[in-house]
Design a protein around this ligand. Structure first.
Ligand SMILES: Cc1cc2nc3c(=O)[nH]c(=O)nc-3n(C[C@H](O)[C@H](O)[C@H](O)COP(=O)(O)O)c2cc1C
Length: 257
């Protein structure tokens, strides 16, 4: 049995929540998926104060005491994860952004390899597609296998025409997500992802040392010597470009010291 959780960044049980429920009904229709909806508003999450203790010393050194780790423990148990948020002022909701800030260290030390991820944005009129792009990038940065997000649009009350479009969009999104969940292979990295990995690891190697949590994490994972975050076969072209990204990052970092 696979498990899918949706993190909802709305305080209301309206558009975003209903979309999450519809999505989970589709994903769970075959009976092989259990699911849970988690309201970020039900958890105590303080605002990041920017001390960077999580980056430098480790996430356990965060001075904020709240429910962050309860949410992370939920994600750890899931095979699939969805970030669902309303469009507020052309961005994710404050609750979702606050949550992402508290995960900031994980963009340095990604960990969700093998878990499938997507995002759902609910909006009144406009701006949601860019938010999908942002949240796609966020998912990939956290290590997830990312299925591109979808955007649902409706001014309240939802008209029959809008509901029809929403139903079709969610049905398609659910199928794409389920397909990815059933595939067990990790994807070959895109050039962008390969570049991000190689440039991060080479600049860390040149600039940091074992005292730094990012450096120690990369060393524990064997990432200073691997082709990518996980075993994968790189084409000749990607392998060549990967080496160039390493050299470029090392040269740039040496100029800083
Ligand atoms: C503070 C606030 C800002 C909003 N900004 C936008 C916006 O920039 N673009 C848009 O299309 N809708 C915007 N909306 C409309 C919401 O995205 C829309 O009402 C959505 O359904 C809210 O999700 P919910 O039903 O889950 O609460 C905004 C709503 C609020 C309350």
């Amino acid at each position: 049995m696979k498990k899918v959780i949706v993190l909802v960044g709305s305080a209301r049980k309206k558009g975003t929540y209903e979309a999450a429920r519809q999505f989970l009904a589709i994903v769970g229709a075959g009976g092989a998926v259990e699911s849970e909806i988690l309201f970020l508003h039900d958890y105590s999450l303080k605002q990041c104060i920017g001390c960077k203790a999580c980056f430098e010393k480790g996430e356990d050194r965060c001075p904020l005491r709240d429910d962050r780790d309860k949410i992370l423990a939920k994600i750890d148990t899931a095979d699939g994860v969805v970030f669902a948020t309303p469009n507020y002022s052309f961005q994710v909701s404050g609750a979702m952004k606050n949550f992402l800030d508290r995960l900031g260290f994980m963009f340095h030390r990604p960990r969700y390899f093998g878990k499938v991820y997507t995002n759902i944005v609910f909006q009144g009129i406009y701006g949601g597609r860019k938010i999908n792009g942002y949240l796609d990038f966020v998912g990939t940065g956290l290590g997830f296998t990312t299925v591109k997000g979808c955007c649902l649009t409706s001014l309240e009350p939802v008209s029959a025409h809008e509901q029809g479009i929403i139903d079709r969009t969610i049905a398609r999104q659910g199928r794409l997500f389920l397909n990815a969940l059933e595939r067990s292979t990790l994807p070959s990295p895109s050039i962008l992802r390969l570049m991000m990995f190689r440039m991060s690891r080479s600049s860390m190697k040149a600039l940091l040392n074992q005292e730094n949590r990012d450096y120690a994490y990369y060393r524990e994972k064997g990432w200073f010597d691997s082709d990518f975050y996980y075993p994968t076969k790189l084409s000749f072209a990607k392998s060549f470009m990967g080496d160039r990204f390493d050299s470029l990052a090392t040269r740039t970092a040496r100029k800083k010291v």
